[in-house]
Ligand binder design. Structure first.
Ligand code: IPE
Ligand code: IPE
Ligand code: MG
Length: 236
C-alpha cells in the first residue's frame, strides 16, 4: 500500500513474532514448518519496514527461555538463523541494511558466532542505514544483568545511572521502540526489551506470525498514530 512518507518514517518498531507453532499445528504440520514459514515472513517484513522508512526494527526471534524446547525445534531454528546470516552477509551492503544481533551470543554455536562477527563488520561500514535488530538468545532481564555487571567491572565502586545503563545495554545507540507489536494472540511481553519498552505503545493482534503481512503492519502503525503519548506529562 502506498503511504505518505510521514506514515512510519523514523519510527522504531519492536515485533514479538509469536504463533509459528500454532500455525503449523492448525495445518497438521510439525512446529518446525511454522518456523520455516515464519523466517520467510520475517525477511519480507524487514524489507517492508525499510520501505516504509522505519528507522529501526527489533525482531524477537529466540528468547533466553526458548532453550526449554525440543532439540529438534531448537536446531531447526538455529539452522534458519545460519541461513539468514549467510544471506545477510551477501546482501547487507547492496540493500543498505544494518543487521545487528542482540542478546547473549556467547551461548550460540561457534559457526553462528563467526557469522555474527562478519555481519557486525559489515554493519560498521553502514552507519545511518535502516537498522534491523534480531534478538537471538535474548532476554530483557539477562540484558540488564549483563549490562550492570559490565558497568561494575569497568567502574568499580561507582553507582550506575539511567544514561550509563542505556550505554551498556545491547541496544546502546538504537532508539527505544515507539511501538511494540505482538502477534499470536497473547497479551504479554515475555521478557522482550524490558528496559527499552518503558514508554512503548503496545499493539496485540491474534494474527499468527506466519500469516502476518504488510497490511498488518499498516494497521498497527495506523493505530499507533491515534495513540496519545504523554510520557508521564499532561496533554497541552
Ligand atoms: C514464535 O512462535 C517463535 C519462537 C518463539 C521461536 P512459537 O514457536 O512460540 O509459536 P507458538 O506460540 O507455539 O504458536
Ligand atoms: C516469545 O514467544 C519469544 C519469541 C517470540 C522469540 P514465546 O512463545 O516464547 O512466549 P511465551 O512462552 O508464550 O510467553
Ligand atoms: Mg509462542
Amino acid at each position: 500500500m502506498a503511504h505518505p512518507r510521514e506514515f512510519a518514517e523514523g519510527l522504531s518498531i519492536g515485533i514479538i513474532m509469536d504463533g509459528n507453532g500454532r500455525w503449523a499445528k492448525n495445518r497438521g504440520l510439525p512446529r518446525t514448518a511454522g518456523h520455516k514459514k515464519g523466517a520467510e515472513v520475517f525477511s519480507d517484513i524487514a524489507d517492508y519496514c525499510d520501505e516504509l522508512g522505519v528507522s529501526s526494527v527489533y525482531f524477537y526471534a529466540f528468547s533466553t527461555e526458548n532453550w526449554k524446547r525440543s532439540e529438534d525445534e531448537i536446531s531447526t531454528i538455529m539452522r534458519l538463523f545460519e541461513a539468514y546470516l549467510h544471506e545477510a552477509i551477501d546482501t547487507m551492503e547492496r540493500d543498505q541494511i544494518r543487521l545487528k544481533i542482540l542478546g547473549d551470543t556467547t551461548a550460540l554455536s561457534p559457526a553462528i558466532q563467526g557469522l555474527i562477527d562478519k555481519t557486525d563488520a559489515i554493519a560498521a561500514r553502514l552507519p545511518g542505514c535502516f537498522q534491523a535488530n534480531v534478538c537471538l538468545n535474548y532476554g530483557g532481564r539477562d540484558e540488564i544483568v549483563r549490562a550492570v555487571n559490565r558497568f561494575a567491572a569497568e567502574h568499580p565502586g561507582e553507582t550506575i545511572t539511567e544514561a550509563a545503563m542505556a550505554e551498556y545495554l545491547d541496544t546502546a545507540g538504537i532508539p527505544d521502540p515507539d511501538l511494540i507489536i505482538r502477534t499470536g494472540g497473547e497479551y504479554r511481553i515475555s521478557n522482550f526489551l524490558m528496559w527499552e519498552s518503558a514508554y512503548s505503545e503496545l499493539y496485540f493482534t491474534d494474527v499468527l506470525w506466519p500469516d502476518f503481512s504488510e497490511k498488518d503492519i499498516d494497521e498497527a502503525v495506523a493505530e499507533y498514530r491515534h495513540r496519545d503519548r504523554r510520557f508521564g506529562g499532561v496533554k497541552a
